[in-house]
Ligand binder design. Structure first.
Ligand code: MN
Ligand code: MN
Length: 385
């Protein structure tokens, strides 16, 4: 959906648009847009309808990506929505310019990964599980069935493209058979049977049984696992209006460059205005509806509406809030391009200042400033009517 104009908001307030909860007369931002003709007065869009992208659709699965090419504001992070049929294999590959963090939405997958220190790991993942592959480490992903699986990949580089990465089939097709024969021990003619170019997602067989042992005793398991089960745990924090699951490098030490949260807002609840001093924010709306307002300084703000399958993005340091505008819980997957999670929320900031200072700052009476929060809110519930 496009950005909401003020007229949309006013007409919604007058009952002209349905489904816009929590918008009432006078609820639009009070500040006028910047009058400085030299200022950049508009903010770019922060939304991409990822599941409506054409992407790549193959017999073994599909992939749709959100990079800086599709969503220009998303310079720091990019993402891919990928589905694999049972046995569908995202072939052996690596990424030269990004680490990969993933969250399984539904179904089951198996990954393999090799690290430069000669350690290797094979892991199985189900809904709510997370993996992390450091930049450049070779890996594969295969659907375990019985149904199609769906997972979200996040990369810590907006210029990353899943469709321009380093694939094993492409590489072998670009290497003389004699070199492959010397290196790998098969007669050169056998390589004529290998694919003549990149396969990307192969139609494969569902692997039988549990995770197999590594084929060589010279390979060892890594010191730090690539697996983290996020949603099987109790929430990191619970609030009157929702809950948050969180995984950072503290809980998942291999994930040095990306942290993630799953945010669940009850109908009408607001993740209060806040900013992240250290990281860009990449969002995938898993379920429900929301509006997000982003504040970009110099009299600039922008509000956009999000639904299931949409991607949102907030540049590092930009103020933002998210409000559940639907009748059902809204669940959002959020990733940051830092292993450390940092945020400053508006309520905490105000609580850290004397009442007299707040009254002077906002030019209101002390009696009003006294009623501002003296504690962190984080998620606020729907207003009780
Ligand atoms: Mn990958
Ligand atoms: Mn945020």
């Amino acid at each position: 959906m496009p950005e909401l104009s003020r007229r949309d908001l006013l007409s919604a307030a007058a009952g002209g648009v349905t489904g816009l909860a929590a918008v009432s007369a006078g609820d639009e931002p009070r500040g006028p847009a910047s009058k400085d003709p030299l200022a950049v007065t508009t903010l770019p869009s922060f939304r991409l309808a990822l599941e409506e992208q054409p992407g790549k659709v193959m017999p073994g699965g599909s992939a749709r990506e959100a990079t800086a090419a599709e969503l220009p504001v998303s310079q720091g992070l990019s993402g891919v929505s990928m589905r694999l049929k049972p046995g569908g294999l995202r072939e052996l590959h690596w990424h030269a310019n990004a680490a990969e963090w993933a969250f399984v939405v539904r179904g089951r997958v198996r990954t393999t990964v090799i690290a430069p220190d000669g350690t290797a790991e094979i892991n199985d993942f189900g809904p709510g599980d997370v993996w992390y592959f450091p930049r450049g480490h070779g890996h594969s992903i295969q659907g375990l069935g019985p149904d199609e699986c769906h997972f979200i990949l996040v990369f810590d580089n907006g210029a990353f493209s899943e469709f321009g990465t380093f694939s094993s089939t492409d590489w072998l097709a670009q290497t003389p058979p004699s070199v492959l024969s010397k290196s790998l021990g098969l007669p050169a003619f056998e390589f004529q049977q290998f694919p003549p170019g990149e396969v990307y997602v192969a139609v494969g067989r569902v692997p039988p049984g549990p995770i197999p042992a590594l084929r060589s005793e010279s390979l060892r398991p890594p010191a730090l696992t690539h697996f983290y089960s996020l949603l099987s745990r109790a929430p990191y924090e619970v609030f009157p209006g929702g809950r948050e699951w969180r995984v950072t490098a503290r809980e998942f030490p291999i994930s040095q460059t990306i942290s993630g949260i799953v945010l669940e807002l009850d109908p009408g609840a607001v993740r209060e205005p806040h900013w992240h001093p250290n990281a860009n924010e990449w969002q995938y709306y898993l379920q429900g509806e929301a509006r997000m307002g982003v504040f970009g300084a110099r009299g600039r703000s922008r509000t956009e509406r999000f639904g299931e399958g949409d991607v949102g993005y907030v540049p590092r340091g930009y103020g933002h809030y998210i409000e559940n505008t639907g009748a059902k819980p809204c669940r959002i997957l959020i990733a940051f391009d830092s292993g450390e999670y940092q945020e400053i929320s508006l309520s905490t900031w105000l609580a850290a200042n004397p009442v007299r200072l707040l009254a002077d700052n906002f030019q209101v009476a002390d009696a009003i400033a006294e009623r501002l929060p003296d504690h962190r809110v984080f998620i606020a519930p729907a207003a009780s009517e």
